[in-house]
Ligand binder design. Structure first.
Ligand code: NDP
Ligand code: MG
Length: 402
């Protein structure tokens, strides 16, 4: 049994909370080094106190003051680091060997990349990092010898169904004998809603996922199935798999988390409860297995498992993600940026649900680089990301959204 010192980036979010829950179950195995948060300082203070974190990272001086105020009355204030550079430095900090990358959106890329460059065991929940910087990120993993363990439940399932020699690496080619990856998707809350009603759905309805409890941005992504599109791109990079060998299947019960199809016709699946503590516990303990606080799967209660092909007229965002993957890295940056802007506008009630796909489609129609210097560095990718966000804001303004 190896002892791990863990940093949790995005500790106050849904994945962060589940990660700290798993860690707290195994005090002999794990110690927390650092936690980061963006806005929820009282929660961060409570988490830092409970986990005895040595370091917390907050975005600015106002957040530092709020953290210090929330800490009042507790002993031994942790070291408070401030700002984006401190976040990346903490991800690379030699005091920890394992980093959970669970910040939401492209905002999580610099710190996740820093952890990869520093050769950590990277538990990657932040799929946007791979969508925006797939090649750069995987090259960093290869160069540093980092261990990359996918936490996204589908990719964690695929990883569990692939052969590996007890060490997580960054493959340069698809695993031998594998024909296709089959990514399952629940279909979200609007799988069977009449298409004509989609323009009027509210953020609360979009965030009411039938099976999973998640942060608001990924919940909307699941409703549009852009989430599955991001996951197709994520799978492409993690498993070196071309787009045409990745299939998406709707599976409303969310019991089969994904599958690997082999050349001989065998299909291996990983099943489990829709509870992120399972993939998190797997990533933390790999190659061992540990309890995660998850109740056993009762297949007799489910009785049946259903599968269907997604309807791209209902889920245009899934089509757009496949198009972006075929169009290259620049288009993937644009896809992600446009989605983040559109989802944020939808969540604050400023744009209708159906505007999300329209904005992404409009931004993707621009001329995004397939190759070149811009795609080879973090700064270049972040520049492209900023351009795509600007385009998305212009499109929103044309729709009358401010
Ligand atoms: P949440 O919205 O619940 O949490 C996001 C976390 O990131 C919070 O700790 C938040 O801090 C922090 N954060 C937000 N914005 C910034 C920023 N600009 N800079 C630094 N930190 C920031 O998201 P989830 O936990 O649901 O998702 C996290 C990631 O994991 C996403 O990439 C998502 O796609 C992925 N994922 C999530 C799954 C799930 O079940 N939730 C499943 C599979 C993947 P604060 O709250 O303090 O503002
Ligand atoms: Mg997923």
């Amino acid at each position: 049994m190896s002892f791990r010192t863990v940093t949790v980036l995005g500790a106050t979010g849904s994945i962060g909370v589940s990660t700290l829950d798993v860690i707290a179950r195994h005090p002999q195995r794990y110690r927390v080094h650092a936690l980061s948060a963006h806005s929820r300082m009282e929660q961060l203070a409570a988490q830092a106190a409970a986990s005895q974190a040595a370091v917390v990272v907050v975005p600015d001086d106002a957040a530092r003051a709020r953290f210090a105020a929330a800490w009042q009355g507790r002993a031994r204030l942790p070291e408070i680091r401030v700002g984006a550079q401190a976040l990346a430095d903490t991800a690379a900090d030699s005091a920890s060997d394992t980093v959970m990358a669970a910040i939401v959106g492209a905002a999580g890329l610099p710190s996740a990349l820093a952890a990869a460059q520093a050769g950590k065991r990277v538990l990657l929940a932040n799929k946007e990092a791979l969508v925006v910087a797939g090649r750069l990120f995987m090259d960093a993993v290869r160069r540093s010898g980092a261990e990359l363990l996918p936490i996204d439940s589908e990719h964690n399932a695929i990883f569990q169904c692939l052969p590996h020699a007890g060490r997580a690496s960054a493959p340069a080619a698809p695993a031998p004998g594998v024909r296709r990856l089959l990514l399952t998707a629940s279909g979200g809350p609007f799988r069977i809603r009449p298409l004509g009603e989609l323009a009027g759905v509210t953020p609360e309805q979009a965030c009411a996922h039938p099976n999973w409890s998640m942060g608001r941005k990924i919940s909307v992504d699941s409703a549009t199935m852009l989430n599955k599109g991001l996951e197709v791109i994520e799978a492409h990079w993690l498993f070196a798999m071309p787009a045409e060998r990745i299939e998406v299947l709707i599976h409303p019960q969310s019991v089969v988390h994904s599958m690997v199809e082999y050349e001989d016709g065998s299909v291996l699946a990983q099943l489990g409860q829709p509870d992120m503590r399972t993939p998190i516990a797997y990533g933390l303990a790999f190659p061992e297995r540990t309890p995660a606080g998850v109740s056993p799967l009762d297949l007799a209660r489910h009785g049946r498992l259903d599968f269907e092909t997604p309807d791209l007229a209902r889920f245009p965002c899934l089509r757009l993600a496949f198009e972006a993957l075929r169009a290259g890295q620049g288009a993937c940056v644009a896809l992600n940026a446009a989605n983040e802007i559109a989802v944020e506008a939808f969540l604050r009630g400023a744009a209708p649900y159906t505007a999300i796909a329209a904005i992404i489609e409009s931004v993707l129609a621009g001329d995004w680089p397939r190759a070149g210097d811009a795609l080879g560095s973090l700064d270049g990718l972040l520049d492209l990301d900023a351009q795509a966000r600007e385009r998305a804001r212009e499109t929103l303004a044309r729709l009358g959204v401010t």
